[in-house]
Design a protein around this ligand. Structure first.
Ligand code: NAP
Ligand code: FE
Length: 368
């Protein structure tokens, strides 16, 4: 048995956890740049709560609220310049995965005047500013991962970077901040968390510890499934989903993702399908593809999910996903070639060829 376990983030979880631990926010300096999108920080209530705390402790803050969904290199470059000009001591990311990932890149660029493509070298002359993460979705687990997934318009896909210094230093996880999430975002992010757990569990890089987190996350997803389908999502369920998302993040911090994410990026980039839904559409085909290479683990997953076989599981989650994308053959070829370029494709438990990927895309396409 050989593995590494490392999560650098100090996590506070539970209703009211930010107020209860507000002195933690004073550890990082006198000037904070808040990084967020157009609505999540305001609608969740995090922005007014944290501004009150900053006022109380006389911490000066600026707000960069221009992060779009699936943030681009261009946006984080602008954010990095804003942080540098403001002379921020630390960065606070508030929102779903998009603002949290952008916050990590901005924390690096604030202190490294470099071409943003240099982020992917994962070595930075100066250590990134400390990052505080406050999730308002329950899915990406970005609050406990080192990864920052950014849209590469030049490469027509999404790519992630991250090293041990891009783990958030601190995460406040309060399900009350996820209550304002629209229903579709709640569903898509829950599916993303499920995919993190499953891809990590079946990854070549899975470890005994990451498997524990993955199994627990899948079990929690089963507990929440009916409420997700029926849009009957109470606070207890929100808390479970946030916890599941955190566990999924802890899993992929060790294992990375595999081909579901690699394939899903093209569905997001070209078809504008939200990240979690893009992954979910591929999930059942991915399990079928890998079944012979990970029979015991996939049987265990199905047992945890209370399903007899992959087909039954696919049917159970289909109300959350809707119809697959319309893909023509040149799109399938293009997306498959792009997926093969993703580093994480090599982490898949079964060796993958470009035609395997193409077959999975065809199977989920509404054309077929
Ligand atoms: P998101 O793109 O951050 O947010 C989706 C939408 O929901 C946005 O319009 C957002 O508003 C809104 N929203 C979020 N929370 C809300 C709230 N509480 N109330 C009202 N509206 C709210 O969605 P996400 O699925 O969490 O993140 C997806 C991104 O994370 C993708 O780029 C994906 O690649 C990445 N990701 C990262 C990791 C990792 O390890 N770092 C893992 C998986 C995925 P705003 O306009 O304010 O943002
Ligand atoms: Fe994801």
């Amino acid at each position: 048995m050989q593995f590494k376990y490392y999560i650098r983030t100090k996590v506070f979880f539970g209703k009211g956890c930010m107020f209860q631990n507000k002195t933690e926010l004073c550890r990082f300096g006198r000037k904070a740049l808040i990084v967020t999108g157009g609505r999540s920080a305001k609608e969740s209530g995090v922005l007014s709560d944290i501004c009150n705390i900053f006022d109380e402790f006389k911490i000066e803050y600026g707000i960069f609220d221009r992060v779009e969904n699936n943030p681009s290199l261009e946006t984080v470059t602008e954010g990095g310049k804003t942080a540098r000009d403001f002379k921020a001591d630390f960065i606070v990311g508030i929102g779903g995965g998009s603002p949290l990932d952008a916050a990590k890149a901005i924390a690096v660029l604030a202190v490294n005047d470099m071409d943003p493509t240099g982020l992917y070298s994962n070595t930075f002359a100066n250590k990134p500013l400390p990052i505080i993460a406050i999730p308002t979705t329950a899915g990406t687990g970005s609050e406990v991962t080192p990864y920052s997934v950014l849209t590469r318009k030049d490469l027509q896909t999404k790519m992630s970077f991250g090293n041990e210094d891009t783990f958030p230093a601190l995460a406040f996880m309060d399900a009350a901040y996820t209550e304002s999430m629209p229903y579709d975002v709640t569903v898509n992010t829950a599916i993303d968390a499920l995919c993190h757990a499953i891809e990590g569990y079946l990854s070549r890089r899975s470890t005994p510890v990451s498997d524990l987190f993955a199994i627990e996350a899948v079990d929690i997803f089963r507990q929440c499934l009916d409420r997700l389908i029926n849009n009957n999502i109470d606070f207890d369920t929100r808390e479970k989903l946030l916890y599941m998302a955190m566990l999924g993040g802890m899993v992929i911090s060790h294992t990375g993702t595999t081909i579901i994410h690699g394939m899903g990026y093209s569905l997001t980039f070209y078809k504008d399908i939200p990240h979690g839904r893009a992954n979910g559409l591929l999930l059942a085909e991915y399990l079928k593809f890998n079944y012979d290479s990970a029979k015991d683990k996939i049987d265990n997953l199905l047992k945890l999910l209370g399903k007899d076989d992959i087909g039954q599981f696919g049917k159970a989650i289909s109300p959350l996903l809707g119809a697959g994308p319309l893909l023509n053959s040149s799109e399938v070829d293009n997306y498959s070639a792009i997926t093969m370029q993703q580093r994480t494709t090599s982490f898949n438990i079964r060796n993958v060829t470009v035609s395997d990927i193409a077959n999975m895309y065809k199977a989920v396409s509404s054309n077929e």
